[in-house]
Design a protein around this ligand. Structure first.
Ligand code: GDP
Length: 447
């Protein structure tokens, strides 16, 4: 399902992250903890009164070189501004956060100007209204002329319920998903700027037969391309967002937000990495989002042609990838050159295999036979003298392979035992290239 996107915008220190966390609320804790997964969440699914949406903290939308690699602060600021501008265009709703304690600043006025020019609906949020009388201070925000401020304290939660009511009211009506039974898979191609995403897509489309010509879409209505690839129909999600013809090079064309939106609508995320640059923290971040969203993950080390023969040691790369992406040791890697065409079809071939892996269903008797053998191989852990008992397991109906384990006490499930079960499941049944979710329930809470 394509969820509407709500972007939190504002100058530094007004409390964007606090608001992000407040909106996420309890849902934060539900997220499956996986080793090494990026901690600084900037993008997450949320829900209020039955309406689901994606919430984004634009402060974190910095792409390109890694943040600490950028020598000039100016460059960092430029990238952040560019990403915020793109986020405003691509969001369905913007929460413009202001600080009642500091009042209006010149930067606030600049952002307001940007917002007035864009057609994206905006809610003005007057934050840090912790004490009495803060409402009075918020009154100066009316002069911006972009709507009445919602007075809140993100830290204490005051006013956030009313704000969320307003948010869901402003969201566009849900769009029905296009159902296409003949599709073999929906694939999103993701990565930092200049890693070679467009080159790869172009190489692929050259390889495949393009069925649907991309009609230029607006930023909020992405254009997908359906291709016939080795006799199968594959949807390349938001290819227009990647290809964007006619834009001058040097402009930051790609926004992380746009990539993440594309991922939401895909089964598989192909994350392109510039092998010449090596693995960066941003690459790992992007891969982390794919895994967290429960999508299949295929890694592509591109620009293989630029490497020296010594640098082409695949074994060394596999080790490096496992270190940097310890949350996805199961992700397949393709080594390609979009420029020379070397192995360009492989990532899509692998992606379609991953789609199949995700469809695998293990029957309950088979799963429980497996469970008995692996419980015998390694005894479940104890905590405070109490031992974990795993009674039985079943695979749930879900697009991300999900296994429910009924136990005596879910609190006793240690991280390392969770990882053990994960790797044992993979050894026995496959599930290559896809995250699997393990859910632990107390016995007696079957429904
Ligand atoms: P995007 O921003 O990720 O879409 O990256 P582009 O596809 O625009 O590529 C960025 C630059 O890298 C361009 O100058 C490409 O010609 C170049 N490039 C892309 N793939 C390769 C490759 O496999 N080898 C080499 N040598 N250059 C590449």
């Amino acid at each position: 399902m394509a969820l509407p996107v709500v972007a939190i915008v504002g100058r530094p220190n007004v409390g964007k992250s606090a608001l992000f966390n407040r909106i996420l609320g309890e849902r934060r804790a539900i997220v499956d903890p996986m080793a090494g997964l990026t901690r600084d969440r900037l993008y997450a699914e949320s829900e209020w009164r039955g309406r689901k949406f994606v919430i984004v903290d634009t402060a974190g939308l910095v792409l390109g070189k890694d943040r600490d690699e950028i020598p000039a602060q100016r460059e960092l600021r430029r990238r952040m501004e560019e990403q915020s501008r793109l986020a405003i265009e691509e969001a369905d709703l913007v929460l413009f956060v202001l600080d009642v304690r500091e009042g209006l600043t010149a930067v606030d006025r600049d952002i307001a100007e940007l917002l007035r020019k864009s057609r994206t609906p905006v809610l003005v949020v007057a934050n840090k209204a912790d004490g009495r009388g803060r409402e009075v201070l918020a009154s100066e925000f009316y002069e911006l002329g972009i709507g009445d401020p919602w007075v809140i304290s993100a830290l204490h939660g005051t006013g956030s319920g009313d704000l969320l009511d307003a948010v869901v009211e402003k969201l566009p009506p849900p769009k029905p998903e296009v159902v296409d039974d003949k599709l073999a898979g929906r694939v999103a191609i993701l990565g930092r700027p200049n890693v070679g995403k467009s080159s790869l897509v172009n190489a692929l489309i050259g390889d495949a037969r393009s069925l649907v010509t991309a009609v230029p879409g607006t930023t909020r209505d992405p254009v997908d391309t359906t291709v016939t690839f080795q006799g199968k129909r594959v949807l390349l999600v938001d290819t227009a967002g990647i290809r964007r013809p006619g834009l001058t090079r040097g402009v930051e064309q790609y926004s992380l937000l746009r990539g993440l939106r594309a991922m939401e609508r895909a089964d598989i995320g192909i994350v392109v990495i510039d092998a010449k640059d090596g693995l960066t923290a941003q690459d790992a971040h992007i891969a982390g989002y794919v895994v967290e969203a429960g999508r299949g993950l295929v890694l592509v080390l591109n620009k293989w042609d630029l490497l020296t023969p010594e640098e082409k040691e695949e074994k060394v790369w596999r080790r490096k990838v496992k270190e940097a992406l310890s949350f996805a040791p199961w992700a397949p890697i393709s080594y390609v050159s979009a420029k020379t065409g070397q192995r360009v079809a492989q990532p899509l071939e692998v992606a379609l295999k991953v789609v199949e892996e995700r469809r695998r269903r293990v029957s309950t008797p088979e799963l429980n036979r497996w469970l008995r053998t692996i419980l015998g191989k390694r005894e479940p852990p104890t905590r405070k003298g109490k031992r974990l008992k795993v009674l039985y397991a079943t695979q749930a109906e879900a697009t991300t392979p999900t296994f429910v384990f009924f136990v005596n006490d879910p609190e006793l499930v240690h991280f390392s035992y969770r990882r053990y079960l994960d790797s044992q499941l993979r050894q026995a049944f496959g599930f290559g290239g896809t995250p699997i979710r393990l859910v632990f329930r107390k016995r007696g809470e079957e429904t």
